[in-house]
Ligand binder design. Structure first.
Ligand SMILES: Nc1ncnc2c1ncn2[C@@H]1O[C@H](COP(=O)(O)OP(=O)(O)OP(=O)(O)O)[C@@H](O)[C@H]1O
Ligand SMILES: [Mg+2]
Length: 278
């Protein structure tokens, strides 16, 4: 961990960026968002958003409540469109292909994304079945042995295997909150997505469980493209390589996490991350 440089006008805030708070050019472009607008009925929730998201990196979405973070996240996997009376403009491409292209089916597209919600929400079944269910449903595993291997590898990826390997038949809901959230991550990766979307995944966790989750996020990014929404500035600074700051539906600042936290260019962004408003 390195201390953030303290500037004269930032004297009263001190954040730690992680060990990798910058974008690396070797990481490929995964998602390109171009001039995206979004409306719930008459109400415009996103205005002309353009943003690149890279593979093997964590991109943090930050900004005050109601600024459109969740809306944008749900545009990426096309889950917004199940809400009546919504409209999107602009273009989003995944691996260079328009997500609304006729070749792409919405359900197939959604499977490329894992989703981790704010509150841990395991299914009311065993730990094992929580992880095995999606893979079985989508025919990704055929035999018992394949399923066992998949369950183990997903739980390992989520940093949970050692804690639950003797409790696989117990209900997922019997685990601690932090363990349940990591079980949800194991479930999210069980269907072999390439992108993981997390909407305030640590907001219900204590600092110890949060630290555990953050360590897991850092190890997951080796294999996945990750987008995380967080209201915790320390967390955004620690876990992400790029940070995007939203305000009233607009993207006001985006860049390497180190730059955004050390020397934010936008006044609203500066005020927000220094805790002066939000
Ligand atoms: N289903 C919906 N129908 C109508 N308006 C909505 C709906 N979902 C969100 N909105 C509105 O769109 C705007 C953006 O909401 P969104 O949930 O994306 O914000 P957010 O940045 O995720 O906020 P928070 O930090 O509180 O989760 C808000 O004004 C919100 O009231
Ligand atoms: Mg939200």
């Amino acid at each position: 961990m390195q201390d953030i440089v303290t500037e004269k006008n930032l004297v009263d805030y001190k954040l730690h960026v992680g060990e990798n708070p910058i974008h690396d050019d070797v990481h490929e472009l995964k998602i390109r968002i171009e001039n995206v607008g979004f409306w719930y009925g008459e109400k415009q929730a996103l205005k002309d958003i353009s943003l690149d998201i890279f593979n093997q990196e964590v991109t943090a979405f930050i900004g005050p409540s109601g600024c459109g973070k969740t809306t944008l996240l749900r545009c990426l996997n096309r889950t917004n469109e199940i809400i009546p009376d919504v409209r999107m403009s602009g273009r989003i491409s995944l691996d260079g292909e328009d997500i609304f292209s006729e070749e792409i089916e919405a359900t197939a597209l959604r499977r490329r994304f894992g989703w981790v919600a704010q509150k841990p929400n395991p299914f009311p079944w065993s730990v094992y079945h929580n992880v095995a269910y999606g893979a079985r449903l989508h025919g990704l595993v055929a035999t018992r042995q394949e399923t066992d291997e998949l369950v183990q590898s997903c739980l390992e990826r989520a940093g949970l295997w050692d804690e639950v390997k003797d409790r696989l038949r117990e209900p997922g809901t019997s685990l601690s909150g932090g363990q349940q959230q990591r079980l949800c991550v194991a479930r999210a990766v069980s269907t072999k997505p390439d992108i993981i979307l997390m909407d305030e995944p640590a907001s219900a966790l204590d600092p110890h469980a949060t630290a555990h989750l953050e360590a897991m996020i850092e190890s997951l990014r080796e294999k996945y493209c990750i987008v995380i929404i967080t209201h915790n500035m320390q967390q955004a600074a620690r876990v992400s390589q790029r940070t995007a700051f939203f305000h009233l539906g607009e993207l006001l600042e985006v860049g390497d996490t180190k730059d955004v936290f050390v020397n934010p260019q936008n006044d609203h962004c500066r005020d927000y991350i220094t805790g002066r408003y939000g």
